[in-house]
Design a protein. Structure first.
Length: 286
């Protein structure tokens, strides 16, 4: 894994450009990076990066909650959002991380870093319950699958997550592999590296309260070369007539549908002749 990290860092440094003068860093994030932040609470993490860079024109900060809900949940949200806007950030609300690649303001965008800190599907029961863990895993899986298609060359997806039980049973690395991603680094997360950042519960009775962090890690993923090659391949075109024949099966010729509706189909054939494409489409789910 160490060699993968070194190679990836060399490529990033070569491809980087310093259009705004001196490059500034906030831990893993550069003022040269185009950054998408997902699942923001009071937007204090976004503001921490913007403050470190001195601007935020390279940042898109998003929340699942609407603007009104964010205002109700977090007492610092209004101030944080105003400061982010002054720094030049783009703010988006109502962004579902599991379908974000379809979002009007994101579907044509590519990013160097896509960041999701402490993904959580909500307080649905005990965190150790299998059903609750499944809900959390589904959220992370949906995010990773969307984010994998929104990266620039040499881009990375970062997920920060608690390392203790039962959170380690989410098995984020496995979810990433299923999404065509490779783990290049897993590093300890320290909140003090991001001055001004306040982690929030985000739901329940006290959404504005911080939750205990304990040991946390930031997982860094890249798209595997195999997945990248598949993305670059041009889909094979199938002639329309052939597609109709192969994909939409004639219900009069095969399947349980024929035996269930045999008499009806015989009557239809004798009355109207052989069924055309649109007739077959009507019964393709039989």
């Amino acid at each position: 894994m160490a060699e993968i990290v070194r190679t990836h860092e060399r490529r990033t440094s070569v491809n980087g450009n310093d259009e705004l003068g001196e490059v500034k860093w906030a831990k893993h994030y550069s003022s040269n990076h185009q950054i998408l932040l997902v699942g923001e609470g009071d937007f204090s993490f976004s503001l921490s990066l913007a403050t470190s860079f001195g601007f935020a024109s390279n940042i898109v900060a998003s929340s699942l909650d609407s603007y009104d809900v964010v205002m109700k949940k977090y007492k610092r949200a209004k101030t944080n959002l105003e400061m982010l806007c002054n720094f030049g950030a783009q703010i988006l609300h109502g962004v579902d991380s599991t379908i974000m690649k379809l979002h009007t303001d994101l579907r044509m965008r590519k990013f160097d870093r896509i960041v999701y800190n402490f993904p959580h599907a909500g307080f649905l029961g005990k965190e150790s319950d299998d059903l609750v863990i499944m809900k959390h895993r589904n959220l992370v899986r949906g995010f990773l699958r969307n984010a994998s298609g929104m990266l620039r060359p040499n881009g990375e997806i970062h997920v920060t997550h608690k390392a203790a039980r039962p959170f380690d049973s989410w098995n984020i690395e496995e979810l990433a592999t299923q999404s065509g991603l490779t783990l290049i680094q897993c590093v300890e997360f320290k909140i003090e590296d991001y001055p001004g950042y306040n982690n929030k519960r985000g739901a329940g009775r006290n959404p504005d309260r911080a939750f205990p962090l304990g040991e946390c890690n930031t997982f860094k993923f890249i798209v595997t070369s195999k997945t990248m090659n598949l993305m670059r391949q041009k889909p094979q075109e199938i002639p329309l007539q052939r597609a109709n024949e192969e994909i939409v099966m004639n219900p009069l010729q095969s399947g349980d549908c024929f035996w269930i509706f045999k008499e009806y189909f015989n009557h239809a054939r004798s009355t109207f002749g052989e069924p055309d494409y649109f007739f077959r489409m009507m019964f393709r789910t039989c």
